[in-house]
Write a new protein. Sequence first.
Length: 585
Amino acid sequence: MDLVLIILLSAAVLLLAYRYYGALLARLFRLDDRRLTPAHEMRDDVDYAPTRRRFLMGQHFSAIAAAGPVVGPILAGVMFGWLPALIWIIVGSIFIGGVHDMGSLVASIRHKARSIAEIVRQHMSTRSYVLFLLFVWIALVYIIVAFTDIVASSFVGSQALEDGTVVTGGGIAASSMLYLALPTVMGVMLKTGKVSLLWATVIFLPLVGVAIAVGQSMPIDLEGWLGWSAFETSRAWAVILLIYCFIASLLPLWLLLQPRGHLGGWFLYAALVCGVLSVLFVGRSIEYPAFTGWVHGGVGGVPESPLFPILFITIACGACSGFHCLIASGTTSKQLRVETDAKAIGYGTMLLEGMVAVISLACVMMITREQAAGKTPNVIYAQGVGRILDVVGIPAAVAISFGLLAFTTFVYDTLDVCTRLGRFIVQELTGWSDAMGRWIGTGLTIAAPIYFLLNTPLGPDGRPQPAWQIFWALFGASNQLLAALALIGITVWLWRTYRAKWVWLVAGLPTVVMYTMSTWALLRFIRDGFRGFVESRAMGDLPGSPVPWVALVLVGLAVLLLVEAILVFVGPHKPSAHAPKIAPA
């Protein structure tokens, strides 16, 4: 099958889903612009600020996109072939991920922009609330660990291209630092009224392109300057990135998060459009197998990974991601101007992310299995984008830099938003709502990732193993289980609010799918991690890796939360205090 046809069909299906299923969800959730949103009701211009849909949509999209819709589809495509990955991306984003995201956003604005955890407390129990917050905080830590390590690794070493051009990690780091400076200046200019949003976009968006172009000529080469090894340099960049997260998560929204999200959103739109148009006009053929087998690995030291359930936790963002509920109910709900914007921002951006995942998968589809062997996902993505942009006359080095910076851009928004959300959770659990509580909550959220990143275990060859390789599967499983738990909360809220049969089909069925796949995967991690101890009964054979231990904790929390939900469903009906007071027009 031709790659062009795959792209066109995927885009058409996602557009139809937005038009029809998104409209159905808007009716079922009874969105009404006459109802005052928390952004207006609780406005403080720090966390709560009504924001225009286009501005908020770019911010939300760049925050949820991260590296997930790049890394996950590429890994799954390489492991199982592009067809299973494509089916899960399309079906998952329409019927599970979109419902999860839009449901989280609407539920939050109906509860004064409180988090999903608060909604769980109001509709289930205080015990459920604490369990949920603990689960979320652990998941956030592993999101920060995995994504920080991926970005830090892209700032080290170099990539030699087919034409002899070399793209350095130091150059990508320089472009990245320039990119972070631009939205800060833009935020100040917007706040002081010196420029309108339109002119700020016209001025600063091209400057992002300038940052990409000049980065390779002024690299930040810590490896060469300090004489460190690649691993030591990567760890140093990881610490620098986490320090950035600490600072960024404490800044007002208008100074960094909003303008960077706006620029990042346009940048991601540009990457998406360039990818689609170039694939269409270049007409590249599909080289990678559609299906490689039901089980990946099992030989040569590669762990055995069956398609069920590993595919569904490897592709998280792009199909369904629990992290999105934290963004929707943590920052976006505090900025939603009117309720009907929830369709475009909650459901529409999930489908856009699905399209990003399709383009990422296309980067695998256009190469052979031999070309994919041994390459990291960010390199496969960047080289795929490079091949695409090369046909329109963009130099290979700039094209690869564009691809790597696009990848990095996905991650920046996620990193400091995760840190901000981790701080919110610590403050919710402790009641530390003052300035000192913000500093302590942020510090605790950053301290755990620093520990894991600086204590990376050795691989089978005796060399330090990249943290993202260790924790990606755990991140995927915990992220998908977080989606299942959020869907449990959404289902309970919808059932108590509407008491309608459609709740079970629209929200209940996706809950069952996500809960089954994620717990299945975590139980596999526990079984594999503790297998040596079970067989020998020797304390020395207890797993040294944190993965099975964390998986054990997460499964325990998930089982307890499921029991709490079942008790609500089978218990006496108590009408929700948060049912809409306005009938749909």
